[in-house]
Write a new protein. Structure first.
Length: 394
């Protein structure tokens, strides 16, 4: 593979091409994971280690680890990169936010991670915490921009409400942001009480209508359960099943595309959902046996989602229809998971950003009210984000 084969150059490709003036002669830290690679698959760690004047002195790892080797929710401690002999600070252990000690040996922090453009995918929260920390400790932040794999046109889902902040929702934005990670950084920096000295190394060749498959870039899965673009397309809706007693397909080869439970009637659910005529999606009854996570080793009845039109498919609204149908078909079996910690909201509330889905979806007209509210939120967000866009639609 060569860089010439790609239609898009990421911020990492541009960094490899030329060291920016902002980094000249500085000690730099790098927050990355396996997705931090150039179009021809060179690690951004090696790019940073080879810069002419800047010196790489520290690495930082968020959820899943610096090598993407850990499953969701698995914490870990600081390590040492044996090849480079520099520390790898954990941002998914005792702290999610870089401390002053972690930042002491650098002048600037580079962020290069492939995001999904989805609020509850934790890399977005990691960027929030990193920006806050760099601002507090007087460090510069450089974001190497990457495509929003879902494109940059559609926004979807409701705003996160005050009191529901967590690692799966660190800022009051909708589920599906319609922004690249660099554009989000520009927006966030304008909202922070204390902004950071921010540089976004923009892409070349990306336009808002591009899905990741249009870019020519290699898809390196950003976490263990995000292997393909088929997964990415359904994630911003079907992640909500993490807040229920159903399997979201973890422990199968189709995470988030398969939804089910040992007690679920997949045929009845598939028939009901297909009868709704939801745009851009179809459902097929399916049995599966998760090898880990919820219902490990148990045969689950369920459905397999197939996105038939990526332009009209709305994953968040589709997930609401799925949840409502399951509640109606299996009222005695379906349940929301309890809070992980006493006094904290239920996980579905943290994912959706309020208690609205949990308390209203089952009521008369609740589904329609939630969808209408989410659509209004998405329209408001589409207007709010405009000043921060770096790329056009053509």
């Amino acid at each position: 593979m060569t860089m010439a084969a790609s239609k898009v150059w990421t911020g990492a490709d541009r960094l490899r091409q030329q060291e920016p003036a902002e980094l000249a002669g500085k000690r730099i830290g790098l927050l990355t994971n396996p997705t931090g690679r150039t179009a021809d698959l060179l690690s951004v760690v090696d790019v940073c280690a080879s810069l002419p004047t800047a010196r790489l002195t520290a690495l930082y790892a968020c959820e899943h680890g610096i090598n993407g080797e850990r499953q969701a929710g698995v914490t870990f401690e600081d390590e040492t990169d044996e090849r480079l002999g520099i520390p790898v600070y954990s941002l998914y252990g005792k702290t999610r936010k870089p401390t002053g000690d972690m930042l002491e040996g650098i002048d600037a922090l580079i962020f290069d991670i492939q995001d999904l453009g989805v609020r509850f995918y934790t890399y977005l929260s990691t960027l929030v915490y990193a920006m806050e920390a760099c601002a507090e400790h007087g460090k510069e932040l450089i974001v190497l921009d990457r495509p929003n794999p879902l494109g940059g046109v559609v926004c979807e889902g409701g705003f996160l409400q005050d009191g529901y902040q967590s690692m799966v929702g660190a800022w009051p934005i909708p589920f599906r942001t319609g922004l690249t990670i660099g554009e989000f950084a520009r927006y966030l920096n304008d909202q922070l009480t204390k902004p950071v000295q921010l540089t976004v190394l923009a892409m070349e060749g990306w336009t808002r209508g591009m899905e990741y498959t249009d870019t020519g870039l290699p898809w390196i899965f950003p976490s263990p359960n995000m292997p393909t673009m088929d997964t990415v397309r359904v994630y911003s809706g079907n992640c909500l099943f993490e807040g229920t007693n159903l399997s979201e397909g973890r422990g199968t080869t189709k995470p988030f595309e398969l939804i089910g439970a040992p007690w679920l009637d997949g045929q009845a659910l598939s028939d009901r959902l297909n009868a709704l005529g939801l745009p851009g999606v179809g459902f097929c009854p399916m049995y599966f046996t998760p090898t880990f996570s919820k219902h490990q080793g148990a045969i689950c009845g369920g459905v397999h989602l197939f996105v038939t039109d990526r332009q009209t498919y709305r994953p968040a609204e589709t997930a609401l229809h799925m949840l409502k149908a399951i509640q109606q078909l299996h009222p005695d079996d379906f349940a929301w998971l309890p809070p992980f910690k006493e006094g904290r909201p239920c996980f579905i509330d943290l994912l959706t950003g309020s208690d609205l889905v949990r308390t209203q979806l089952h009521t008369e007209g609740g589904l329609e009210r939630i969808i209408e509210l989410w659509r209004r939120d998405a329209e408001e967000w589409s207007r709010t984000r405009q000043p921060y866009l770096l790329y056009g639609e053509e």
